[in-house]
Design a protein around this ligand. Structure first.
Ligand code: ADE
Ligand code: ZN
Length: 362
């Protein structure tokens, strides 16, 4: 049986085995760093193979006949071009078992890459608008999370995102359904087409969600302007900003984010695929990190953007020349910025710090 990477005791053993090995590759170093993923859309883990399998299972006609044709379609000019394909493909997700298979595939991959805790987004409206019951989605996901906890010791939080291109009234109705599954859902989020749909549109929905004890996050400053980041913090009461890379256009905002240690869930490969940056070498992650912001690395929609969390860490490490000490900071930030309790955070921090000590010892 594979070691359960989510188990601190086994990490201790791995650490011992890797101590004093200066030849350990960067890839292996990153893989073995305990880390959390904080920005992951479960619908964005739909690999072409599973999409075609489910299309066949449910008799859904897709405009792509083969895996190669599907992958060839993943050439996006911007966020909207991506979302059009993304929502079309989500058509194949229909029953509880589809969501279970989807999530289990992601959790296995994340575990293989050293993710010990994951906070997963789902878009209820993408499914309920097609008459897929909310319960089928949440129960399928939860069955996979339970299995990953048992098999790998991996922990999770589930985050229900509102689609910002739809109305606040629609989001409010969705919140009613979220509250029916309150025990399985930790937070609400905000995603989809950003420009023209500012956080201020959803103040009443987020007010109510927070009154009900849900935590809040929001996509802001991906394609949208820096003021959307301030709005998300000040009007929606969010605990993290998803993406947030356009904060670099506003020095005062940068200073605020550093001072308040707001977690940014940055997704490097996504940003290049969706042309937020024209190439990975031009990504501002290192600049934000060195300005003292609490930056994390995440995969967003890995089936569409060319890589899961490990590939995202590796891409920025290589392109921006991140040191191992900076990789350790990124992993620490992911635990610190998570919704884990303080005790569990302390345990993972100690594990990460032990890895950092191995660095100086070798
Ligand atoms: N939904 C899935 N991926 C997204 C992204 N990168 N931005 C906004 N909404 C999304
Ligand atoms: Zn996202």
């Amino acid at each position: 049986m594979r070691p359960a990477l989510g188990d601190c005791r086994i990490y201790g053993k791995l650490r011992f085995m890797s101590r004093g090995n200066p030849l350990e590759s960067t890839q292996e170093f990153i893989r073995r760093l305990p880390k959390a993923e904080l920005h992951l859309h479960i619908e964005g883990t739909l690999e072409p193979e599973l999409a075609l399998h489910l299309a066949h299972k449910h008799g859904v006609a897709l405009p792509y006949g083969s895996i190669a044709e599907l992958r060839a379609a993943y050439d996006f000019g911007d966020l909207q071009e991506f979302l059009d394909i993304y929502y079309a493909l989500a058509e194949v997700l229909r029953d509880e078992d589809d969501f279970y298979q989807l999530a289990l595939g992601y959790l296995q991959r994340a575990h293989d890459q050293g993710v010990v805790h994951t906070e997963v987004f789902f878009d209820p409206q993408t499914h309920t608008a097609r008459a897929i019951p909310f319960g089928a989605v949440v129960e399928g996901l939860n069955r996979a999370f339970t299995e990953a906890q048992r098999r790998f010791g991996m922990t999770h939080r589930l985050i229900a995102c509102f689609l910002r291109h739809l109305s606040a009234a629609d989001a409010m109705r969705t919140l009613d359904e979220v509250l029916e599954y309150r025990s399985l859902i930790a937070a609400v989020g905000l995603d989809s087409s950003e420009v023209g749909h500012p956080p201020s549109k959803f103040i009443s929905v987020f007010d109510r969600a927070r009154q009900e004890g849900l935590l809040a996050v929001a996509h802001a400053g991906e394609e949208g302007p820096p003021v959307y980041i301030s709005e998300a913090l000040d009007l929606l009461g969010v605990r993290r900003i998803d993406h947030g890379v356009r904060c670099a256009e506003d020095p005062a905002l940068m200073e605020r984010l550093a001072k308040e240690q707001v977690t940014l869930t940055v997704c490097p490969l996504s940003n290049v695929k969706l042309r937020v940056f024209d190439r990975i070498e031009h990504h501002n992650l290192k600049r934000l990190l060195e300005a003292g912001l609490r930056v994390t690395v995440n995969s967003d929609d890995p089936a569409y953007f060319g890589g899961y969390i490990l590939e995202n860490y590796l891409a920025v490490q290589r392109a921006l020349g991140l040191t191992r000490a900076q990789l350790v900071i990124l992993a620490r930030n992911s635990i610190e910025g998570s919704f884990l309790d303080d005790d569990t955070k302390r345990r993972w921090m100690a594990e990460i710090d032990a890895r950092a000590q191995d660095l100086t010892a070798s």
